[in-house]
Design a protein around this ligand. Structure first.
Ligand code: G6P
Ligand code: MG
Length: 210
């Protein structure tokens, strides 16, 4: 039924959530701004600058554009240092086996992630050359829930949105898939979105979708 499958990265292929949390928390603590897991949950699938705006909602101070750029860079430096701990062992076996089986079945496999660190993360996981195409935070101007990142991914693999399935863990990602005309498969909180096409219990359930 589908010709291509487009995977979100963070929370689908690997679990960088805890590093994002730690890096934002460190920045928020330094600025004296309240930050918790609940606020962190709103950051899934959202671009770095949009995340910063969410983190700064609790601040009484107004920041200029240049100050915000510097804060986003500071967070990213912390995040990249934390990512140094990541290696091929952080790619769950279930994910790798499922990807291999989907590839065997003839699907084109692509990444559709808001992260500008996508290539570095894929390299660390040992998946640097694995996907047929990568659409990420570096080739888009609007982040999820805008469909741009998935539309670009479909274009890169030469398939139409209606022939691709998007796999997501964020509600913003399911919304993006829906707006772009894609069917979607949701893991975790993404299962709650009213427009999700398939609800997955675990990653390997993708093998039951035809
Ligand atoms: C993913 C994550 C978000 C993150 C975004 C940008 O979508 O789910 O939490 O903010 O990527 O990541 P970056 O690595 O570019 O800061
Ligand atoms: Mg995600």
């Amino acid at each position: 039924m589908f010709k291509g499958i487009i995977f979100d990265l963070d929370g689908v292929i690997c679990f960088t959530d805890k590093y994002h949390y730690q890096a934002w928390k460190k920045l928020a603590d330094r600025l004296g701004i309240y930050f918790d897991e609940k606020i962190n949950n709103r950051l899934r699938g959202v671009s770095r600058m949009d995340c910063l705006d969410i983190v700064l909602e609790k601040s009484t101070k107004q920041y200029s554009y240049d100050e915000k750029e510097a804060l986003a860079t500071e967070k990213n430096e912390t995040y990249k240092n934390l990512l140094q701990e990541m290696g091929p062992n952080d790619l769950p076996e279930e994910v790798k086996n499922t990807l291999d089986e989907l590839r065997k079945r003839g699907y084109k496999l692509a990444i559709g992630s808001s992260s500008k660190n996508t290539r570095m993360i894929l390299n660390r996981l040992g998946l640097g050359d694995y996907f047929d195409a990568i659409s990420d935070g570096n080739n888009i101007s609007k982040s999820k829930p805008d469909p741009e990142v998935f539309l670009k991914a479909a274009e890169f693999i030469g398939e139409k949105p209606e022939d691709c399935l998007v796999v997501e863990d964020a509600e913003a990602g399911i919304e993006a898939a829906f707006r772009g005309g894609f069917a979607s498969a949701g893991l975790g909180e993404a299962r709650n979105h009213k427009e999700v096409t398939y609800k997955l219990g675990e990653f390997k359930d993708l093998l039951d979708i035809n």
